[in-house]
Design a protein around this ligand. Structure first.
Ligand code: 8YV
Length: 335
């Protein structure tokens, strides 16, 4: 082959992997996490055959306008609300995401947040560190039990089902709402009962959000929905910040219409609203639900496989395993 294809990696990847990527690509790899302006993205993308990007890199028609070189954009995440897929398809650019490999780790983390919020793990950690623990307090630090309660799940895709399966060990009653109801055998497998959205809001003691962000799901949880929730309920968001109207959430928390929240994602990430920072009954984390050592590696590996395949390299040449718009390849072949 003549020259190696050029690959831009916008996020800091595992540095020990870069040398092996250099065997088949000319790599420009970021070494630190930072935000790129639309102009920077356009410039970076203009100069490469392939890109691996993260969720903060928003790429649409403007960023690829006039770009005839770029063949593939591999997103380091299963959610791809940062990519305008129709625009990329029209430009003949394949986009891929990282489904499946993160299901179990994200489910683990959703549970970690739910348990942390219920049993006040983060709050009591802060208390101990600041020297607040002076003696035993039998009736202090009480939080609700998790076992035996009703777990509501908004979004019953692959991750939602992994979250639901874990509930059996906690003897929980699981209800869910989803755009489409699961097939009976899947419902049985995860032991979850389908309810409409209003009932989900009313009946859940813990509500975990795990839906993709689309124009339809934007602010799916707003003032009206929060008003239906039990005052003892706890809201957990491991999906996208935009699913929740954060101002409405702040209001509900202030008014004690909700017992607490655990949030891994935010509307203005990485900025977190000051009002949220002020609540002791809100657990906050920096979008790390998929961040287990094994899973982040599996995600990166899958992104690499997609890039190679879309560039016509390796065993899967021409067939990127998790392409979101494989038809983009046909557009290109037809040209
Ligand atoms: C991120 C996620 O990709 O997969 C997703 O959709 O939100 C996460 O797994 C991860 O935080 C890397 O930015």
């Amino acid at each position: 082959m003549s020259q190696k294809p050029k690959l831009w990696i916008s996020r800091a990847l595992f540095p020990e992997w870069i040398d092996s990527i250099r065997e088949w690509a000319d790599v420009d790899a970021a070494t630190e996490e930072r935000a790129y302006s639309p102009e920077e993205l356009k410039r970076k993308l203009a100069d490469v055959d392939a890109a691996m990007v993260g969720l903060s890199d928003r790429i649409g028609a403007d960023e690829v306008a006039g770009n005839t070189r770029l063949k593939v954009i591999a997103n380091l995440g299963v959610g791809y609300n940062n990519l305008d897929i129709p625009a990329l398809t029209a430009a003949g650019i394949v986009a891929s995401n990282t489904p499946e490999v993160l299901n179990e780790s994200v489910a683990d983390y959703a549970w970690a947040l739910m348990l942390a919020a219920a049993r006040r793990v983060a709050e009591s950690d802060r208390f101990v560190r600041r020297g607040g623990w002076k003696g035993s307090a039998f009736t202090a630090w009480l939080g609700p039990d998790v076992h035996g309660k009703t777990l509501g799940i908004l979004g019953m895709g692959r991750i939602g089902r992994a979250i639901a399966r874990r509930a059996a060990g906690f003897s929980m009653n699981v209800i869910y709402h989803n755009r489409s109801r699961l097939k009976p055998e899947l419902e049985q497998e995860v032991a979850a009962r389908y309810v409409d959205k209003q009932e989900l809001m009313r009946a859940s003691d813990f509500l975990i959000l795990i839906v993709p962000l689309t124009p339809e799901s934007h602010h799916a949880i707003g003032g009206a929905e929060l008003a239906l929730m039990k005052p003892e309920a706890i809201l957990v968001n491991v999906a996208r910040g935009g699913i929740v109207d954060e101002l409405a959430l702040v209001e509900a928390l202030h008014a004690k219409r909700l017992a607490g929240a655990a949030l891994d994602v935010f509307e203005g990430e990485p900025k977190v609203r000051d009002e949220l920072l002020a609540f002791d009954n809100v657990v906050l984390s920096p979008h790390i639900a998929s961040a287990s050592a094994e899973t982040r590696r599996a995600m990166a590996l899958l992104a690499i496989e997609n890039v190679k395949a879309a560039l016509g390299l390796g065993e899967q040449a021409g067939h990127p395993p998790t392409a979101l718009n494989p038809e983009a390849l046909d557009h290109r072949r037809a040209d």
